[in-house]
Design a protein around this ligand. Structure first.
Ligand code: PLP
Length: 451
């Protein structure tokens, strides 16, 4: 229990489902419709006098079980058992984003979006909202925080904290206070932090959404989304875009997500432990110019570090070779599952089709994103270390990476001096490290570079 006597998130998520049958998990109501015992019951439901399930596009008990858990997870006491916070599931994170935006903005409105937003959210804004007459502007985190007038006349602020790709965190209480002054709705994608590490509703944000395909699921076996907000706002989505766009969450997917929520707390803590280890060791590597990974308390309300981070390597690392040299890390999009993934930014920057946000806002092609999974952290580190060794072209002993719980050390070869050895951050166009950015410390062996 917390100091207020409230059960904590893990405890809430472990509560057995209770329908009187003794089953600890909800049944999967794999049905498209629900029938009525009488004309009166049917007529009452159609007239809105009762709230029983009618049709799975808009209502399903398995989906409702997941939605109730998400309302509790993000809303705490406010979301408990029919409180003032509610949730609605969607077929994907993008369905959650598009259904939220289309329910809350109309032609003539203005949306202010944070830079480095998830690439397909950017495409939604540019390819659908803008042609429909909605003005969308993009701003750095600092403008949202420091310009109290930024949101004047803006209907909705679309936020990610941290952002995608470079994981810039945002002071949410500050931004929420600015927004409230201008009656601007705030929406945040909380997929990175999850309610385990950040609960934006309690920080003043109006609407939280997730790609539940990521940590909420945790098993890379479903694509889903969810939106959590005050009951009145969720009512607008249920009334408008859930039934009319029809991107509903399926009962089986909802059942998988209930299962994911049971272990969310334990998984996030494991992801965090591995990420802490990686951030610490990566920051000591001479070939690493930056690590983007916001940690606990880097902004108010952020209490942990997820397993999704990115690294900028100097020119000595051959990134295609690095990608081809890892064996535990797999190459692929998405993140948040049990398996570790590596995604070079150069691949996303070369993506075909309409411009994405990484192309628009400029991400270094030296950046590599890692989703650290649930494998043993030392095994993962050994895999990355070996891959770096074979992709730096360095031979010798001055790039030494701690490896293994037994303090074994792996020598990074250095008798072939890479172009930037010994010049980390010097003489290069290095942006200042921000919150959550880790500039490499001088490595103990750095002074011997180029011997
Ligand atoms: C931050 C973020 N938000 C939203 C999405 C979209 O979610 P989905 O793939 O479930 O539609 C993604 C997908 O990668 C994402 O990374």
């Amino acid at each position: 229990m917390s100091e207020h006597g409230e059960p904590r998130l893990e405890t809430l998520m472990a509560a057995a489902f209770d329908d009187g049958s003794g089953s600890v998990t909800p049944p999967i109501y794999q049905t498209s419709l629900f029938t009525f015992a009488s004309y009166a019951d049917f007529a009452d439901r159609m007239a809105g006098l009762s709230d029983t399930a009618l049709y799975t596009r808009v209502q399903n008990p398995t989906v409702a079980a997941f939605e109730a858990m998400m309302a509790e997870a993000e809303g705490g006491a406010e979301g408990r058992a029919g409180g003032s916070v509610a949730a609605v599931g969607f077929a994907s994170g993008m369905a959650a984003i598009s259904s939220t935006l289309l329910a809350l903005v109309k032609p003539g409105d203005q949306v202010a979006c944070v830079e480095h937003v998830y690439p397909d959210a950017y495409r939604l804004f540019e390819r659908l909202l803008v042609p429909f007459g909605i003005a969308v502007s993009y701003h750095p985190v600092s403008a949202f925080e420091d310009d109290p007038g930024l949101l004047a006349g803006v209907t909705l602020a679309y936020l990610e904290s941290p952002s995608s790709a470079v994981f810039q965190p945002m002071n949410l209480p500050k931004v929420a206070a600015h927004a409230r002054r201008h009656s601007c709705l705030t929406v945040i994608d909380n997929s990175w932090a999850t309610p385990v590490f950040q609960r934006p509703l309690g920080l003043g944000i109006d609407i939280v959404l997730h790609s539940a395909s990521k940590y909420i699921s945790g098993h890379s076996d479903t694509v889903a989304g969810v939106v959590i907000a005050r009951r009145e706002l969720i009512g607008r989505l249920r009334d408008l875009t859930l039934p009319l766009l029809g991107a509903k969450l399926a009962p089986f997917e909802a059942w998988l997500l209930v299962r994911g929520l049971r272990t969310l707390g334990a998984r996030m803590r494991q992801h965090q432990a591995t990420a802490d280890l990686f951030v610490d060791r990566l920051s000591q590597l001479p070939c690493v110019t930056r690590v983007h990974s916001p940690g606990p308390n880097s902004v108010p309300g952020l209490t942990g570090r997820s397993g999704l981070l990115s690294i900028e390597f100097d020119e000595s690392v051959d990134i295609p070779r690095l990608a081809d040299s890892v064996s535990l890390f797999r190459l692929g999009v998405s993140w948040g599952g049990f398996e570790s993934l590596l995604l070079p930014a150069s691949v996303t920057l070369a993506q075909a089709g309409p411009k994405n946000s990484m192309q628009r806002f400029g991400v270094s092609d030296r950046l590599v994103r890692l989703s650290l999974g649930l494998e043993n952290a030392e095994d993962l580190w050994a895999d990355l270390s070996r891959a770096l060794q074979s992709s730096t072209g360095r031979t010798g002993a001055d790039h030494t990476v701690k490896q293994g719980g037994d303090d074994e050390e792996t020598a990074f070869n250095a008798d072939h001096r890479g172009p930037l050895d010994g010049h980390l951050g010097a003489g290069r166009d290095q942006p200042q490290a921000g919150r959550g950015d880790h500039q490499p410390r001088a490595h103990p062996g750095a002074a011997t570079n180029g011997r």
